[in-house]
Design a protein around this ligand. Structure first.
Ligand code: AMP
Ligand code: ZN
Length: 483
């Protein structure tokens, strides 16, 4: 049984989707105004592992991710510049070009890190009509007020506001005020209120702006995730993920506006990945203290060494990035690839004992095999709130275990790699030298063929094949290799 830590309840709970085997899963995507960095990589590797673990448990995952190409301001309290317009100005390009360029960069990073792309990924700008409809609905239900700056959500009208943070609205207000070097929008009734639609200020020409019942402007940042997820996955999602920085504002506001509009629970399981730090501070675009996957590659590192590094820490603990730790992970990852490559496929027991992937579907249950301890332990690690560090340790125990035949190890490692995503299936196994006994048989067969004693030659061929080798007669001679 898969168990996950739910930020909403602050507990590890058995995971039960609304309509098994289907699982609806939404992940907040990046704001594409600058390069994707290693901090993003950590969050999206965590989200990828969650998707893989769900699939391993035989759920049918329907996953959606947005790309924020509008509406995310430099301050989370609806003030400051639009990050995208700022990026465009910096690079003297159009906002649309900036969005395309950095979206491509993000996709390239996903590919290098073997992160599966969610089934649906779309930019926020493709959902403007749905966002306008959502604001209208909130307006009709009396959750909004309009000021010169735009349309705002009145958080005092939503009694459960802030539930995700475990804090009351008063506490949240206090912490916003305490942190307020932040300028608060004029006319906003409460510090926690947030923009649903921002009007383009008079005299300003934005590159991205749309007509709406409240004037020309653009959606508030949180709108896109509610509008897209509910349009594509329905009013109640099984899972929603993001980084921990999204808990107090972005996700708290997503819940308020979604639940106020539908009257239904928005998300059953909220999962958040902890930050990647550098020198003790969050790695971030705005602080400029970030490295990209390309920087790693320039130093000769395989991107999958980073994936390995991230998997050595649990997703709910902070991790400080250092080049030394990456070096350590790169060494371990090379050793893993080498050990895997050298697995002798045919020693020990016959193949086919370990895996039985054709079992009938039983959602919520990882595929079980015959009494294989490693597989069971692997399942209990990953299903224990994604305890991947423990799964990695188990993988090494398996590699070192002399009692497990190599062909069995190979199968198990490939099976585990469906979750770990370390690219083992694309590693070619080293061909083992043909044993002397087989060579002798091959020579014997050659002799029979030379003597035109085909009956005996065939008998020896069969014997060779029964021992797991293939005889191939080509115009240049005869060769023997492993099946
Ligand atoms: P952004 O591009 O800032 O909208 O962020 C996209 C996602 O990456 C969000 O879920 C963030 O929480 C996450 N993220 C950004 N920086 C980091 C970091 N240093 N460590 C982990 N996740 C991060
Ligand atoms: Zn979001």
């Amino acid at each position: 049984m898969l168990k996950l830590y739910n930020t909403l309840t602050r507990k590890i709970e058995p995971f039960k989707p609304l309509n098994p085997p289907a699982v609806t899963y939404y992940s907040c995507g990046p704001t594409v105004y600058d390069y994707a960095h290693l901090g993003h990589a950590r969050t999206y590797i965590f989200a990828d592992i969650l998707e893989r673990v769900l699939e391993y448990n035989q759920f049918d995952v329907k996953r959606v991710m947005n790309i924020t190409d509008v509406g995310h301001l430099t301050s989370d309290s609806d003030t400051g510049e639009d990050k995208m317009e700022k990026g465009a100005e910096r690079e003297k390009k159009s906002v649309w070009d900036i969005a395309k360029f950095y979206t491509d960069d993000f996709f390239e990073m996903l590919k290098k890190l073997n992160i599966q792309k969610p089934a649906i990924i779309t930019p926020a700008t493709e959902y403007i009509p749905q966002m306008i409809t959502l604001v209208k609905k909130l307006e009709e239900k009396g959750f909004t007020y309009t000021i010169s700056d735009g349309v705002y959500f009145d958080t005092t009208k939503f009694p459960k506001y802030g539930e995700l943070t475990g804090q009351t609205i008063e506490k949240l207000e206090k912490s916003i005020k305490a942190g307020a070097r932040i300028e608060i929008v004029k006319g906003k009734k409460h510090p926690t209120d947030f923009a649903l639609w921002k009007r383009t200020p008079p005299g300003v020409k934005r590159q991205m702006e749309w007509d709406s019942p409240w004037g020309r402007g653009f959606p508030g940042w949180h709108m896109e995730c509610s509008a897209m997820s509910m349009e594509l996955l329905g009013p109640t999602l099984d899972i929603h993920t993001g980084g921990v920085d999204h808990i107090p504002i972005h996700h708290t506001n997503e819940i308020a506006q979604s639940e106020a509009s539908t009257g239904k629970k928005f998300v059953n399981f909220w999962l958040h990945g902890e930050h990647l730090l550098i020198d003790g501070q969050k790695m971030s675009k705005s602080l400029g203290n970030f490295y990209r996957v390309k920087d790693m590659e320039d130093k000769g590192f395989d991107p999958l060494a980073l994936r390995y590094l991230f998997m050595t820490a649990h997703y709910r603990t902070q991790m400080n990035f250092t080049w030394e730790s990456l070096e350590g992970a790169a060494n371990a990852y090379s050793r893993l690839k080498k050990d895997f490559q050298e697995l002798n496929r045919h020693s020990g027991k016959p193949e086919g004992r370990v895996q039985n992937l054709s079992l009938k579907k039983d959602p919520g249950q990882a595929r079980m095999t015959e009494d294989n301890n490693y597989k069971e332990k692997f399942i209990s690690a990953i299903n224990n709130d994604l305890n991947i560090p423990s799964a990695i340790a188990l993988m090494w125990d398996l590699i070192k275990d002399k009692k497990v035949p190599d062909n069995e190890k190979k199968k198990l490692l490939l099976d585990f790699d469906n979750v770990l995503g370390l690219g083992l299936s694309s590693i070619k196994l080293v061909q083992q030298p043909v044993p002397v006994e087989i060579e002798k048989l091959a020579k014997e067969r050659e002799k029979f063929r030379y003597e035109k004693n085909f009956k005996e030659a065939d008998r020896v061929r069969k014997e060779i094949e029964e021992k797991g080798y293939l005889v191939e007669d080509t115009p240049t001679g005869t060769s023997v290799k492993e099946k």
